[in-house]
Design a protein around this ligand. Structure first.
Ligand SMILES: NC(=O)c1ccc[n+]([C@@H]2O[C@H](COP(=O)([O-])OP(=O)(O)OC[C@H]3O[C@@H](n4cnc5c(N)ncnc54)[C@H](OP(=O)(O)O)[C@@H]3O)[C@@H](O)[C@H]2O)c1
Length: 330
């Protein structure tokens, strides 16, 4: 029998962190014309989820309404389809990216647009698939669209630095970069050095050492590109470690970095700072889930929490020390 109420986790105002999350019973949403209703099996948390709660995107009117059920990256089973859905049928296993405006992920059921939903092969678990959308596609699209890496290995050789390589984006960036023709240096904490080498990094720096803080490659290489998955590193640290036409991709743009990026452009600097915002599409989800299926990429799960403990998962993500992805399971 179809359910019409579900357990969900929501917040009703900006701020409050994990204590601001409340467990509620709400109506199961209905899919619109081009949407699928999913019975959610796994949700992954991204820093943007709790940053939206903190009010960082308030100037952009995000979230659109309160109460807000946060989280966008989900995997589950299709239980109902909108009248114009053509790609999916009831019973299909899928992964999807919901919208930041309306969220909806941290719940037993969620509606997703068909255009940002992809089939999940049986070889890929719900948790592995839910880990992919934002973190995996940020890594892929930065590498392919900005750095110019060809993931089939046919491109020009590149020297790349990935900072915070043990995080959600970083652990995918290291693995994907190594599918291309790259030499990868990575930064992480001491406890993760062997883990990051295991993902394929050629050289690894402990970010709490002076060499790590200076981001200098142990072999003396300069970088064609830095995929900066951390925050607070000034341009003066990047400048000496970049090749003549090196680029720093800034995943967490703020006023200072946007000013620096604009200044580099205005002064025709060969070295560039490029702010980046991911745009998740079905094609990208299909691409990455196929890599998981083929064993060419793995989603590393830091920890799993039941929906009843979603606030603990939230607090862990805010703490900023996950190795890989944090998963919530209804
Ligand atoms: N622009 C976009 O489209 C986009 C998309 C995705 C993410 N982002 C942003 O990118 C950033 C990273 O996201 P994420 O999901 O990868 O975060 P995350 O998973 O929360 O990152 C946690 C990891 O970062 C490591 N770390 C923290 N500070 C570090 C430092 N100074 N040097 C090296 N490692 C450090 C931690 O290692 P330890 O535990 O050892 O400290 C931990 O393993 C966030 O600011 C996020 O908002 C932007």
């Amino acid at each position: 029998m179809a359910r019409n109420v579900m357990q969900a986790v929501q917040y009703v105002a900006y701020g409050g962190g994990s204590a601001g999350l409340k467990h509620v019973e709400v109506g199961v949403p209905s899919p619109n014309t081009n949407e699928v209703l999913l019975k959610v099996e796994a949700i992954s948390i991204n820093p943007i989820d709790w940053k939206i709660q903190s009010g960082v995107l308030r100037p952009l009117f995000l979230p659109r309404t309160f109460p807000h059920i946060p989280c966008t990256d989900v995997a589950g089973q299709v239980v109902q389809i909108g009248p114009q859905v053509t790609h999916f049928k009831v019973g299909d296993k899928v992964l999807a990216k919901l919208t930041h405006q309306y969220g909806g992920g941290l719940a037993e059921f969620a509606v997703a647009s068909e255009s940002v939903t992809a089939a999940r092969p049986s070889e890929v678990s719900a948790a592995e698939a839910a880990s992919l959308p934002i973190a995996g596609l940020t890594a892929r699209d930065v590498l392919t669209q900005i750095v110019g890496v060809k993931l089939d290995g046919t491109g020009q050789p590149k020297n790349i630095l990935v900072t915070a390589a043990s995080g959600g984006v970083g652990h995918y960036a290291v693995q994907l970069a190594k599918l291309g023709n790259t030499h990868v240096t990575a930064t992480c904490g001491a406890r993760n050095i062997d883990f990051i080498k295991g993902l394929g990094a050629d050289e690894v720096l402990d970010y709490r050492t002076p060499e790590g803080a200076a981001l200098r490659s142990p072999s003396g290489r300069k970088y064609d590109a830095v995929i900066n998955c951390t925050t607070g590193i000034p341009w003066s640290t990047f400048d000496p470690i970049l090749n003549e036409r090196g680029v720093v991709v800034d995943l967490t743009p703020n006023a200072t970095s946007l000013m620096t990026a604009a200044l580099k452009k205005l002064t025709f600097s060969k070295k560039r700072l490029v702010p980046f915002l991911v745009d998740v599409k079905r094609e990208g989800l299909e691409y990455l889930v196929q890599l998981l299926k083929d064993g060419k990429l793995k989603s590393v799960i830091d920890s799993r929490f039941p929906l009843s403990k979603a606030e603990d998962a939230w607090a862990k993500s805010i703490d900023g020390h996950a190795t890989g992805k944090i998963i919530v399971e209804p």
